[in-house]
Design a protein around this ligand. Sequence first.
Ligand code: GRG
Length: 292
Amino acid sequence: MSMMDRLTAWAVDIDAELARFCVPESPSHERFAEMLRYGLLNGGKRLRGGLLLTAFEVMGGSDETALTFAAALECIHAFSLIHDDLPAMDNADTRRGKPAHHIVFGDGMSVLSGDALLAIASERMLAMAAKAADPIDMKRRVEAALTIMRSAGMRGIAAGQFMDLEGTSAPQWRDGGLDERAALLLDIDMRKTAEMFRAAVEAGFILAGADEGEVNAAVSFGLKLGMLFQVRDDVQDVGVDDGLITWPAVYGVEESKSRADELEREALGALEPLGYKGKALAEFLYMMRAFA
Ligand code: GRG
């Protein structure tokens, strides 16, 4: 089966798990559940969840636990997209080809839905940890939850979004030369995008019981892959999102493409310590060329 077919199959499993995340606690909360489902089950590619499941599998993991963590990661990603689209943030009217969450439910409900999705992701991972059969498994699940939640906070998307909101009025951008602008771009993208890819691979490895050297390789690969995704996404969006802090805005389109090629080589290089176990992750990287 090709990696693309596997992602398609995993997306079905992840969506089924996400649907279990939004079962209303009482019949009067059906509308609340509907809002969560609208933000979650709306055609996301499930790259981050699929990456976590690939990483889990290559390290020999085979139980159902990882699916909850893959869904939790997608749940956090969905929260960030709902909030990012709000008028107070990126002010986007559409998401995944449909009206954005706040266009359908209103700003207040979208803030609330994002809050709920972040809390539910954390709750589901901790519930999975609490029901581990032995202390080793419990520790792995807590550590996987920790690394995923870190990708959302001060180190991850919230910090990235903070810098993105300051945007082009930040002194490093407004007054800076190429080096300062490039450093700002790297800092934003590392947090806003690469951290979630890092968390996906790292959590998959931790859950499957990978050793420290293997986890280090996973971290390095995940960060490079996430950055690669963002560079290609920026290049694809030239003409759509101009005026933002992007790779083409700093380096121009051709140089951005060469940097993407370089990042791809570096990501593949980061897999070398894993030997044959890195093969499926390399396939995942090649498969992602189709998306950005
Ligand atoms: C509001 C805390 C908070 C964070 C928002 C992630 C983020 C920060 C903003 C989203 C907008 C953005 C440009 C993110 C960069 C990464 C990116 C290209 C996301 C889209 O990811 P895909 O293509 O989306 O995997 P799907 O829809 O397939 O899940």
